[in-house]
Design a protein around this ligand. Structure first.
Ligand SMILES: NC(=O)c1ccc[n+]([C@@H]2O[C@H](COP(=O)([O-])OP(=O)(O)OC[C@H]3O[C@@H](n4cnc5c(N)ncnc54)[C@H](OP(=O)(O)O)[C@@H]3O)[C@@H](O)[C@H]2O)c1
Length: 228
């Protein structure tokens, strides 16, 4: 059975990914900071035939990452999806603490999680490492504002691109996927054009297609290439 680990799975895009993978018959490790409050994930346990497991993970906390590793031990993970993210402050003011938190969650955590679960990926059949990034991390198309968010996603892209090269010798494939403009809490009050379910369908299709030829490239949920 295919095993999928998803961070930030209690709402938004992560929840839609968890729901679709569980419905398709995968074993899903749905990670969230507060399992006690993850009502929507709990509803999925029964409907997925208990293949979905809710596990605690605060991606900003190295001890929490280590605890999850202790729980999973060396079980194979076919698809590891770094989805958890923060939008950062929208104001033009650059706030040091907020900037560092955004970098920690969006850029550093996916790299630490990849490193921690590298062996689990290597032991799997599919060996797919996924990062949910943003077009706002594209330096060549960058507008203004959201400085911490843009910088964090650019750093994420660069780090994951590096892993796609260095870990290719282990057969690990890396997907860098922009989900589009999606109706979630992150974009409250703005005009997002697709639902989280439609987005997740596209992301899963791209992950299914992932191959050595597409590993390490930046593309959106429809498979459209994005400039760095
Ligand atoms: N929505 C869009 O249009 C859009 C566009 C481009 C990129 N993205 C990216 O897509 C991903 C998912 O975003 P979304 O739209 O689904 O946003 P969302 O509804 O705000 O969900 C964000 C998720 O990340 C989790 N999270 C935040 N900090 C965390 C931490 N320290 N540890 C563990 N989990 C943490 C949240 O958990 P809590 O409930 O505990 O806070 C939540 O589950 C993000 O990486 C985002 O940057 C979204």
């Amino acid at each position: 059975m295919r095993s999928v680990l998803i961070t930030g799975a209690n709402r938004g895009i992560g929840l839609a990914l968890a729901r679709q993978y569980a419905t398709e018959g995968a074993r899903v490790f749905a990670c969230c900071r507060d399992p006690g409050g993850a009502d929507k994930l709990r509803d999925l346990i029964a409907s997925s035939g208990c293949r979905l497991h809710i596990v605690k993970l605060d991606v900003a906390d190295e001890a929490s990452i280590a605890s999850l590793k202790a729980v999973l031990d060396d079980q194979p993970i076919d698809i590891l999806i770094n989805n958890a993210g923060l939008s950062g402050l929208s104001a033009d003011r650059i706030d040091a603490a907020g900037y560092i938190t955004t970098m920690r969650v969006n850029a550093l955590a996916p790299m630490l999680i990849a490193q921690t679960f590298r062996e689990n990926l290597t032991k799997s059949t599919e060996k797919k490492l996924v990062a949910i990034t943003s077009i706002m991390g594209s330096t060549s198309t960058a507008g203004g504002g959201k400085y911490a968010y843009r910088a964090s996603k650019a750093a994420l892209n660069n780090g994951m691109r590096g892993l796609s090269r260095d870990w290719a010798r282990d057969g690990i494939l890396v997907a860098l996927l922009n989900p589009g403009w999606v109706q979630t809490e992150m974009v409250t009050g703005q005009t997002a054009y697709i639902s989280a379910e439609e987005c997740a369908r596209g992301l899963i299709d791209r992950i299914n297609e992932l191959s050595p030829a597409t590993s390490g490239i930046l593309q959106d949920y429809r498979g459209v290439r994005i400039r760095w």
